[in-house]
Design a protein around this ligand. Structure first.
Ligand SMILES: *[C@@H]1O[C@H](CO)[C@@H](O)[C@H](O)[C@H]1NC(C)=O
Ligand SMILES: *[C@@H]1O[C@H](CO)[C@@H](O)[C@H](O)[C@H]1NC(C)=O
Ligand SMILES: *[C@@H]1O[C@H](CO)[C@@H](O)[C@H](O)[C@H]1NC(C)=O
Ligand SMILES: *[C@@H]1O[C@H](CO)[C@@H](O)[C@H](O)[C@H]1NC(C)=O
Ligand SMILES: *[C@@H]1O[C@H](CO)[C@@H](O)[C@H](O)[C@H]1NC(C)=O
Ligand SMILES: *[C@@H]1O[C@H](CO)[C@@H](O)[C@H](O)[C@H]1NC(C)=O
Ligand SMILES: *[C@@H]1O[C@H](CO)[C@@H](O)[C@H](O)[C@H]1NC(C)=O
Length: 295
């Protein structure tokens, strides 16, 4: 008897659930075919999910203070949000039931040319047909941080201009001064090989990319630099502009640049077969007129 009751109750429950479920309602299934190349339809409060993790911070030390900050830019249809070292997102400014929201890229690599950080590359954004959306953020000197000039030079490749006082000093974006000693040594060594024509330009670029990967500027697995990185020694590091420092950051940057210059000179000397002991030329020596101890 108990079994019958149990079975009956169970069946009733199933029946009730079934009736409740479909009582005059249609199923809430979206059968919309999404044309490729358009945003997937996110519900407004559904959080966006990055497909990959942002890379760690790297680059000019004074950029570290941008971590955790975000910068908006609105045009008539969209709001764009750039969070340096994290992501770029796009939000449709409309009251439709399904405004488009999407990720235009996740922080990955610095673009480097001529010993200079030239742009931030944010990759693996939301799918766009068979590719992922990517963003490139270039810099422009200005008194305030501001996101400007959003454009889409190629489908699903976005270009932003980020105005910032951080790039105004002519040497603010140099790569070499930001690197650790052992990586500078590797770069110096590579310069030597290139100057002595022991490696080709192509080989040089390949090895330099590896050094940048070790420095964390470029993630492994990304393609080699598209632009040629030129000889760091040929770039005009000596031009320090007008030496008006308004902050400790600028002063520190200038100090690093001078230090790098000395490293560069040291390399040149080594190339000229000037042998010297390990204790030559550190930053505190340079005011002595650069006398080189010889063995
Ligand atoms: C983008 O980065 C910002 C800053 O860290 C973070 O608050 C936000 O959640 C990220 N957006 C997405 C969609 O992950
Ligand atoms: C980021 O830094 C942390 C700690 O410094 C390290 O453990 C981690 O491997 C780094 N991640 C990447 C992707 O390099
Ligand atoms: C950026 O957008 C957020 C949310 O939409 C808003 O609260 C904030 O005021 C905006 N900031 C700027 C500088 O436009
Ligand atoms: C790098 O510098 C060289 C000469 O200094 C110049 O010819 C070249 O256009 C520069 N390349 C870039 C990408 O700025
Ligand atoms: C961005 O826009 C400003 C003014 O609208 C213009 O002066 C500047 O040249 C533009 N920059 C780029 C990189 O297009
Ligand atoms: C570097 O600066 C010197 C003078 O300071 C100038 O004569 C030379 O043309 C510059 N080189 C480049 C590549 O800009
Ligand atoms: C730098 O030079 C000073 C004074 O000549 C010396 O005491 C110091 O040990 C040197 N440092 C290095 C790292 O060689």
């Amino acid at each position: 008897m108990k079994t019958y009751v149990a079975v009956f109750l169970t069946l009733s429950c199933v029946l009730l659930l079934y009736l409740n479920c479909c009582d005059g309602k249609t199923f809430d299934v979206k059968l919309l075919e999404e044309p490729s190349g358009l945003w997937s339809h996110n519900e407004e409060d559904k959080p966006l999910v990055m497909q990959i993790n942002p890379a760690n911070f790297s680059g000019p030390p004074h950029f570290r203070s941008l971590i955790g900050k975000c910068f908006n830019k609105s045009d008539n249809m969209y709001q764009y949000k750039f969070c340096p070292f994290f992501n770029v997102t796009q939000h449709e400014l409309s009251l439709r039931w399904n405004p488009y929201n999407g990720i235009l890229g996740v922080w990955q690599d610095w673009e480097i040319a001529n010993n200079t950080f030239t742009a931030m590359l944010l990759k693996e954004g939301d799918k766009c047909g068979s590719i992922s959306r990517t963003s490139r953020v270039v810099f422009e000197c200005a008194p305030e941080h501001q996101l400007k000039n959003v454009s889409e030079p190629r489908t699903c490749e976005y270009l932003f201009t980020f105005q910032t006082p951080f790039v105004c000093h002519p040497n603010a974006m140099l790569v070499y001064p930001t690197m650790e000693d052992h990586l500078r040594d590797a770069w110096d060594e590579l310069e030597g090989q290139y100057v002595r024509e022991e490696i080709t330009k192509k080989g040089y670029n390949k090895e330099l990319t590896k050094i940048f990967q070790r420095a964390g500027f470029i993630q492994t697995g990304t393609k080699p630099l598209s632009k040629k990185s030129s000889d760091m020694l040929s770039s005009n590091n000596s031009n320090t502009g007008n030496n008006q420092f308004t902050s400790l950051e600028q002063c520190t940057a200038a100090f690093n640049i001078l230090q790098a210059e000395i490293e560069g000179l040291r390399t040149l000397l080594m190339l000229k077969e000037v042998k010297s002991s390990k204790s030559y030329f550190n930053i505190s020596d340079h005011h002595r007129g650069g006398k080189i101890p010889t063995n």
